[in-house]
Design a binder for this molecule. Structure first.
Ligand SMILES: C[S@@+](CC[C@H](N)C(=O)[O-])C[C@H]1O[C@@H](n2cnc3c(N)ncnc32)[C@H](O)[C@@H]1O
Length: 251
């Protein structure tokens, strides 16, 4: 797959979700991405990914896709949850896939379950046939795409009837103390932390801006339903600032 692709339709989105820019941004922070996740969630991201992997409801031998897999942590969560399952991680940033594959080699050397492969690809044009997977997960991925409904239509398309699409994503917390704390943490602390850890002043300023510009959790549930998923529900985590959505494919 070609890297740093030409710009494609970010339309009238209030922030720049141009795919070539997104890919370059994640390429620049790939080596420090995991460390930043641990720091800015004070280690809670692992628990949230485990919850997402559980919601995939995998049975032995099932095939699962982790879209926008990045450095692979949710893919590893799926493999841990179901060691006999065939897990594929997909992402369009080569540097993130390098990290995922290196971690898979290290895990394998310790006898831990690993995904079958990490492949290059675009969640907006998934390179898989219809109804292939028992579950598709996406963690902190759809906030970065220029066409969120299309991403869910694609994930629903490759999920077999009755299978699940699971989305873990940052979201706007409901008004209250949690939101005020979170706004300060994400708006002021995380951008400084991000600059110190990654040396990139923009990536972790983009994060709170992209959350503010992203559909609210109830709106995201409606988008998932509009993409053909049924029984869509969500729960909030982390002061309400993270949402775990689940929907079922029905065709
Ligand atoms: C915030 S990271 C999340 C990584 C991982 N899922 C996790 O839980 O940490 C977002 C990832 O989405 C990927 N991404 C963004 N847009 C994409 C697209 N259209 N197709 C595939 N991957 C995409 C980026 O390359 C990046 O690795």
């Amino acid at each position: 797959m070609a890297s740093r692709r030409p710009a494609r339709g970010s339309g009238d989105l209030p922030i720049d979700r141009d795919p070539s820019r997104i890919e370059a941004m994640f390429g620049d922070i790939a080596a420090r991405y995991d460390l930043m996740n641990r720091l800015m969630t004070v280690g809670l991201d692992g628990r949230w990914r485990r919850l997402a992997a559980t919601e995939a409801h995998l049975a032995p031998g099932d095939e699962a896709l982790d879209a926008c897999c990045g450095t692979g942590d949710l893919s590893f969560g799926l493999a841990d949850r179901c060691p006999s399952c065939v897990v594929t991680g997909l992402d369009f940033t080569p540097e993130m896939l390098v990290q995922a594959r290196e971690k898979a080699v290290a895990r394998e050397s310790h006898g831990l379950p690993v995904p079958r492969e990490f492949v290059a690809g675009d969640v907006l044009e998934l390179p898989f046939e219809d109804d292939r997977f028992a579950a598709v997960t996406v963690g902190w991925g759809v906030r970065n795409v220029p066409d969120v409904p299309r991403a869910f239509r694609e994930m629903a398309r490759v999920t077999r009837p009755g299978g699940r699409v699971v989305c873990l994503e940052s979201t706007q917390a409901p008004d209250g103390l949690g939101k005020r704390f979170h706004d300060v943490w994400m708006g002021r602390v995380v951008p400084v932390l991000g600059r110190l850890v990654t040396g990139d002043p923009s990536a972790y300023a983009y994060l709170p801006a992209s959350v503010a510009a992203f559909p609210r959790a109830d709106e995201l549930a409606a988008i998932m339903a509009g993409a053909g998923l049924t029984n869509v529900r969500f729960r909030r985590l982390g002061f309400g600032a993270v949402a775990l959505h689940v929907g079922e494919a029905s065709k």
